[in-house]
Design a protein around this ligand. Structure first.
Ligand SMILES: [Zn+2]
Length: 210
């Protein structure tokens, strides 16, 4: 893991906007994209495209910045001893990821719950964990399991539940062109394996406050 490039982190609403890139890698990725543009029948030297390879390279580095971050470390940095033993649910977490088969975006929402076992975690860290695993090349199934496993192993709670609902542009824009289909994946540990607890979680994530 190379970390010898500029790093500026800016905290916005509990999210960290990371704007960093490795100039050497950017130049190499951009070089490949100039060639790809040509192979697609474009003229990479025309005004609208001159800076495109570099923009794409920077966008790709941002969209995969999760590789440089360790989700367990982020969670451990905000763990607190607490007797609370009811379900903690964080729902409607925005997810933006890229499928590893087509390198096209998939996006939607994640709903995460855990039942503490002596430790709770700062609430903003749950969306951070989702983001760290989402900002990599992914499949939705693995993304779901990685979030579950990270919370399970770090917090060692009574149980963890993760449900993710996403639209995949590789399905919407190409192939079967099922434009409005949503893919749902779920992963559970511990107490959530029992139907009653799982139902309570599913009721909470579908309930509305108004
Ligand atoms: Zn795909």
């Amino acid at each position: 893991m190379e970390n010898n490039f500029p790093l500026n982190e800016e905290e916005i609403d509990g999210y960290v906007k990371i704007d960093r890139y490795n100039p050497e890698k950017i130049a190499r990725i951009a070089g490949h994209y100039a060639e790809i543009l040509e192979l697609l029948g474009e003229d990479p030297s025309r005004a609208g495209l001159v800076k495109t390879p570099e923009r794409v390279a920077k966008a790709l580095q941002f969209l995969t910045h999760g590789y440089d971050l360790d989700a367990a470390t982020v969670l451990r940095g905000a763990m607190f001893e607490e007797e609370y033993s009811q379900m903690v649910v964080v729902k409607d977490i925005e997810v933006y990821s890229m499928c590893e088969h087509h390198m096209l975006p998939f996006f939607g929402k994640a709903h995460v719950a855990y039942i503490p076992n002596g430790h709770i975690v700062g609430l903003s860290k749950i969306p951070r964990v989702v983001d760290i695993f989402a900002r990599r090349l992914q499949v939705q199934e693995r993304l779901t399991n990685e979030i579950r496993d990270c919370i399970h192993e770090t917090l060692q709670p009574v149980g963890v539940a993760v449900v993710i609902e996403c639209k995949h542009l590789c399905m919407c824009m190409r192939g079967v062109q099922k434009q409005n289909s949503v893919t749902t994946t779920s992963a559970f540990t511990g107490e959530f394996v029992h139907e009653r607890t799982r139902h309570e979680f599913l009721r909470l994530i579908t309930a509305s406050l108004d």
